[in-house]
Design a protein around this ligand. Structure first.
Ligand code: GUN
Length: 283
């Protein structure tokens, strides 16, 4: 069997078109959805990421402002800037790009963002809302994965999903989203004993470790859906995921490529969350 591809670029495009449409409707009511992006320091990868976020926003009609501060910024200054953004009714979403400089406490900074503006979904209030099934903001990467499953009409009820990776921003929220759809969920990490015995039972595997070849063909049940959250470089320096794509695609029923899979969906879901924040604020 050769797996069908779940095309993240194509799906993200349709989501962006929907965001643009809803943004127009909001603008017609006098509300311009607005995202404040805060970048502290000069981490090269972060600079690329925030540039994408600004461009994605303007291409869909949202307003994005990028605030850049030197790595020497004091935590108290950042907290007071976040307080000002919280209080500004023209700002609907606030995103503090991570990582922050080492002298800052990232949790304290994220917890300073008003939950109603936490479009990254990283605040404990957002995590709690997801856990108990209340409205909040879902972290963009697992939210994008769920949308990919929806795009193929996949019914999770009664299915077994294995999530490899237990980070607070991907693995754990992914597991909650799958549980909310009535899947049976196993959360593993790369050191889980006999990972293969678990993945071989899985109807859905989400690989989110950040290490190449975490999932190989011998670990996959024929026909399973494989979502690859990894973002690594192979020996030739080419972008690759956590999944041995060439091998696994011969066994799986569906698979997401890297690049062009989960990555563009993560970017699209930030726009969705920002728009959602503006819609909620507009009432
Ligand atoms: N750094 C890498 N990815 C992300 C993200 O999705 N949000 C934030 N705030 N920082 C990041």
């Amino acid at each position: 069997m050769t797996a069908q591809l779940i095309d993240g670029n194509a799906l993200a495009k349709t989501i962006r078109a929907d965001v643009a449409h809803r943004t127009d409707a909001l603008k017609a009511r006098g509300v311009l959805p607005s995202l404040a992006i805060v970048l502290v320091g000069d981490d090269p990868a972060s600079q690329v990421y925030v540039k994408h976020k600004v461009n994605d926003s303007s291409e869909t009609g949202l307003k994005a402002t990028l605030e850049r501060y030197p790595a020497s910024m004091q935590e108290a200054q950042l907290l007071s800037r976040i307080a000002a953004l919280n209080a500004d009714p023209s700002v609907h979403g606030i995103l503090v790009q991570l990582p922050l400089p080492r002298h800052m406490d990232a949790s304290k900074v994220i917890e300073a963002i008003a939950p109603a503006k936490d479009v990254d979904g990283f605040h404990v209030a957002s995590a709690g809302a997801l856990m108990v099934g209340r409205p909040g903001f879902w972290p963009c990467t697992p939210y994008g994965c769920l949308k990919m499953l929806d795009s193929i009409g996949y019914d999770l009820r009664g299915k077994h999903a294995v999530v490899i990776g237990r980070s607070n921003i991907v693995g754990k929220p992914m597991a909650m989203m799958l549980l909310a759809r009535n899947a049976t969920v196993t959360i593993c990490h790369s050191a889980t004993a006999d990972l293969k015995a678990l993945t071989l039972q899985a109807d859905v595997v989400v690989a989110a470790v950040g290490k190449r070849n975490v999932l190989t063909a011998d670990m996959v049940k024929p026909g399973a859906v494989v979502l690859d959250v990894g973002m690594n470089r192979n020996d030739e320096g080419k972008l690759c995921g956590d999944v041995d794509f060439e091998g696994v695609r011969e066994v799986a029923g569906w698979i997401t490529p890297v690049p062009g899979g989960v990555g563009p969906m993560t970017r699209a879901m930030l726009l969705v969350n920002t728009l959602e924040a503006a819609e909620r604020a507009a009432g």
